[in-house]
Design a protein around this ligand. Sequence first.
Ligand code: TXA
Ligand code: MG
Length: 324
Amino acid sequence: DTGEKRPALIPTTPAGLARAGELLRAGRLVAFPTETVYGLGADATDDRAVAAIFAAKGRPQFNPLIAHVPDLAAAQSWGMFDDRAYELAQQFWPGPLTMVLPRPANSALSLLVSAGLDSIAIRVPGHPVAQAILRAAGRPIAAPSANRSGAVSPTTPQHVLESLGDRVDAIVTGGKCLVGVESTVIDLTGPEAVLLRPGAVLPDEMERLIGPVRISAGDPNAPKSPGQLESHYAPSAAVRLNAASAEEDEAFLTFGPDRFVFGGTTRLNLSLEGDLDEAAANLFSHLRTLDESGANRIAVMPVPEVGLGIAINDRLRRAAAPRG
Ligand code: TXA
Ligand code: MG
């Protein structure tokens, strides 16, 4: 039992970032900010460190992790890049894009990172703190979102403390994540490019460079990307979508002008101006706050299915899905 453990809170000073790098090299778990969400980092070449990620999150072993590296040159040692992968990397890295690529046969990455698949998910994050930590660590860092498996992803250090506080060695205390939803995941292991998870890099932006991208239906019986498991990003409260108004016992997550929308014990607005970037940045922290209000159910106003709204609706549908 580790109930007594308290993580070190590490500031984003040069000394703090160097310390985070040392802890990672020593096989410890370090949560750190990226532009999307906070990640739970561990040395991706260290089996024991990677196993500790799965244990801390309660994550099923069949759900593979993303390896984070500081630049394309580093990425090329861990994944096999074809022209499409190279084009996308040039355009969108560093940034909120993860590419699933064939894994070289002689890879020094822990097999646990790939969960037994012959592919590897790789991302070059753009957040300066993430960049500095990756460079200080000097090796690829496996990092899922720093939350318990199936729960809402963290966008502040406080969220990480609340959900994994006793299970992580250190938390690097950067600010709030600017994007707020996890990276776009695209599978380039086959001749057809497949979108596995919508995020801030949009399919049509990628199609301009590499041609057609198939939007994966996300067959829940054969998840290609186990993040496609139906129930995910779930608060404890039930979630009701497409609400025009809220019941008396519901918390209410609104979007756009809501002066003439009624109901809700507690109410938070994703973006009064109807700005989808702002809404994505607020999504997970608002869900957490409404969950903590004690309501049994959270009603959610519709969000337009365009741009980042596609990623927001993807997360909301999973939050509302029947719980396993
Ligand atoms: O924005 C993000 O991507 C954040 C930050 C910390 O970088 N990380 C993140 O990791 O969201 P995670 O583990 O919560 O989500 C990774 C997703 C999962 O849906 C996983 O199934 C999928 O990527 N994935 C990882 N490796 C894969 C592989 N080899 N093949 C298919 N899907 C893979
Ligand atoms: Mg996650």
